[in-house]
Structure formats: C-alpha cells, structure tokens
Design a binder for this molecule. Structure first.
Ligand code: URA
Length: 227
C-alpha cells in the first residue's frame, strides 16, 4: 500500500484491509457525537448523521444542505460525481439538475432506474460558485465516501468526470486517458470505470458516443466482478 493511500486510510481508522470482505463491524448505534467519530467505524445512520453535522472544512460555512448520496444501499453499482451544485445544495440530493437528468438517461440506457444504483459525490458540500474542490476539502471528505464504498461493497464504481476520477483514484491523469479502461480501487478491490461528466456531455454532445462505449465497458466489467 503506498504512503498516500495509507495516510487516507489512517484518517478513517483502517490500517489493514482485506479486499471484498464483509463490511467492517459497525457501531451499535450512532455515537454521541457522530461528526467527531472516524468515518471508518460508522454504520449508515451514524455516517449520515456525521455528514449532516460535518464541520471538517470551510464548506460547512457556505453550504445550504449536505448532500449525503441517494439510492439503494445494497446497489451493485455506485456512481461517483464531483460535488453538489446549486440545485443539489438546495435539495440535499445529488444530480438533480440538468446533468442529473442526463445521468438518469445514461443509467436507463443500461437498464438501471436511478433508485437501483447508489449515487454519491466526492464532496458532500457545494464549493462556492461551483469551483473545483480544493485538496484539503477532498482530504476531509473522502473518508465519508470510502465508508460508503465499504458499506455498499458494489460490484462496480462508475466515476463521472475528471475531478471525481482523479480524486477517487488518487491520480492526476487526464480524463481522456482514464476513460475507456478498467481501474481497480484499492484497498477495496473494486473495479472502477471512468466516463465523462454528464454536464460535460451536455456541452459536448459529440462525446456521447465515447460515453456509451464506457457504459458498455462498465457493464462488461461489472458482469465479470459480480456473482
Ligand atoms: N455534478 C456532480 O458532480 N454532482 C452532483 O451532485 C451534481 C452535479
């Protein structure tokens, strides 16, 4: 395990991880102050409470609502985006704007209703003016997503957009080189496929063909990984 990965895992209380094992033992109930507990020890209600009360970074001061994630907590597919936008910040749900409608259509094209997958972001709070997430914000927030990944244990993670992919995979490779191939998220041992962000596809509809080929790859990879 590289030093960077070890550091991130350390922040969520994991020093060793066995791939594809059952989720780590969960807390009996929400700790007295869930927002202060390491995310790696939390069950769903405690994790949700921790995110709702989070003040780990400056985004707590500017958000309207936290955006925890939505969908089936036992989903086979986890969709990971970048961060809430204005509408998501208002409603407290990821991908509810125009990009969300396109994401829903993309999911429908491969046979999923929105409620059949789990949708979450790297950041749980909106960066002001939709600026890119800052490294410190990602460092504070990523343990929540990591815990969601552990609890869901999906067969596949579909990363939408460069920012989500680079931050989740811990690389700075351009999206053109990240998409179109299979990655593995360690230490979870979960396959990751990267595609373009639906907001980008709205601006550049000519790229939808490549995105469709990414989705077909994702189906193939998920079939290979699932039961
Ligand atoms: N873009 C994202 O990456 N996530 C959202 O929730 C909304 C827009």
């Amino acid at each position: 395990m590289d030093a960077r990965r070890a550091a991130v895992l350390g922040t969520i209380g994991i020093d060793r991880f066995v791939a594809r094992a059952a989720p780590a033992a969960v807390a009996a109930g929400p700790p007295a102050d869930a927002a202060q507990a390491p995310a790696g020890s939390l069950d769903w209600p405690a994790l949700e409470a921790a995110v709702a009360g989070c003040t780990r970074c400056g985004l707590a001061a500017t958000r309207t609502r936290t955006v925890f994630g939505v969908g089936d907590r036992r989903a086979r597919w986890l969709v990971v985006g970048e961060a809430p936008g204005a509408e998501e910040d208002r409603q407290g749900e990821p991908f509810v704007g125009r990009a969300g409608q396109l994401l829903n259509s993309m999911l429908r094209a491969i046979g999923f209703g929105r409620e059949q997958v789990f949708i979450a972001n790297v950041l749980k709070c909106r960066p002001p003016s939709n600026r890119d997430p800052q490294p410190e914000e990602v460092r504070c927030c990523l343990p929540y997503l990591h815990r969601q990944i552990e609890l869901i244990a999906p067969d596949l993670i579909l990363c939408v957009g460069r920012i989500a992919a680079q931050n989740l995979l811990g690389v700075d490779t351009p999206i053109g080189q990240l998409r179109g191939r299979r990655h593995r998220l360690e230490p979870f041992g979960i396959p990751v496929v990267v595609t373009y962000h639906p907001a980008y596809l709205l601006r550049s509809p000519g790229e939808k063909r490549k995105s469709w080929s990414d989705l077909k790859l994702a189906m193939e990879v998920a079939r290979g990984h699932g039961a």
